[in-house]
Write a protein that binds this ligand. Structure first.
Ligand code: T3D
Length: 261
């Protein structure tokens, strides 16, 4: 697929996907959703990629759904369909991608834009960036996983406050509340995010993918179920290359060379 609303680049084991409608704060169109889903699948299928880095061009990360596509009442689609066919598969693709997904939030992340970021595994943001559950301002609920991620990350009081007030919070506040990993000085965002992504791309990818799967599965599991899941995964990983390499590297007091297997 040729991309017109995003950029896609592979280098050093990292696929970098950049939302690229800067004049509209990278607001999401149907075309952008199709391109994003294709890009995530492409990264997942590439033998050279062991980490995905998502960011935005210009002063915003993503302002959510492009509302100009919803301006004409008679042309408004059934939103359950736009979610079911567009946003939901994208959120699933990110959360189930068997490699770490780093998100570099370079500016405002609003509506579905915020929740696409929150679906990623490690989120860094410019100190000047803001996160906004904008949905209530247009009579909607947080979608794209917002009502799933927010209460789990924040607890109900803050999740409800963010969703109902629909006011932006700063990147620092997002860190303090446990919504994201780190806020960094604006001019350091891409330096830090690239360093994170490149480092993660040299780590035991299969193990990292299983960390992500097990952590997410835990929300629906009892302790017994989770212990059994951990034992099963560990059994598999214990037969893999990277476990053996990690042990050898430790014994030989050298850096491990993980293949991702
Ligand atoms: O519809 C479905 O399929 C259901 C799914 C819904 C998912 C959702 O995401 S719903 C939530 C949609 N998003 C919003 O409600 C946020 C709307 N945007 C804003 O509230 C503000 O733009 C921001 C708080 C994000 C940023 O404000 P500010 O003052 O920094 O920038 P601005 O001047 O408002 O925006 C700059 C430009 O981007 C401007 O264009 P212009 O006038 O210079 O040509 C603005 O219209 C455009 N823009 C910003 N957000 C959107 C947008 N254009 C279309 N859609 C947007 N969401």
């Amino acid at each position: 697929m040729t991309y017109e609303t995003i950029l896609y680049e592979e280098a050093d084991g990292v696929a970098t996907v950049t939302l690229n409608r800067p004049d509209k704060l990278n607001a999401v169109t149907g075309q952008m959703l199709d391109e994003l889903k294709d890009a995530v699948a492409r990264a997942g299928a590439s033998p050279d990629v062991r980490c995905l880095l998502l960011t935005g061009a210009g002063r915003g990360f993503c302002a959510g759904q492009d509302l100009s596509d919803r301006a004409v009442a008679s042309e408004r689609p059934d939103l359950s369909q736009t979610l079911g066919q567009g946003y939901n598969p994208l959120i699933k693709a990110i959360t189930e991608l068997p490699m770490p997904v780093v998100c570099a939030v370079n500016g405002i992340a609003a509506g579905a834009g915020a929740n696409i970021a929150l679906a990623c595994d490690i989120v860094l943001a410019k100190r000047s960036a803001k996160f906004m559950q904008a949905f209530a301002k247009i009579g909607l609920i947080p979608d794209s996983g917002g009502t799933w991620h927010l209460p789990r990350m924040l607890g109900l009081p803050r999740a409800l406050g963010l969703a109902m007030l629909a006011e932006p919070i700063s990147a620092e506040q997002a860190v303090t509340w446990g919504l994201i990993w780190q806020a960094v000085d604006d001019d350091m965002l891409m330096i830090e995010a690239n360093a994170f992504a490149k480092k993660l791309a040299t780590q035991p990818t299969r193990g990292l993918a299983e960390i992500k799967r097990a952590m997410r599965a835990s929300f629906a599991n009892t302790l017994d179920e989770q212990l059994a899941l951990e034992a099963g995964i560990q059994g598999e990983l214990g037969r893999g290359h990277d476990y053996g390499e990690g042990i050898s590297a430790f014994m030989e007091k050298r850096e491990a060379k993980f293949t991702g297997e």
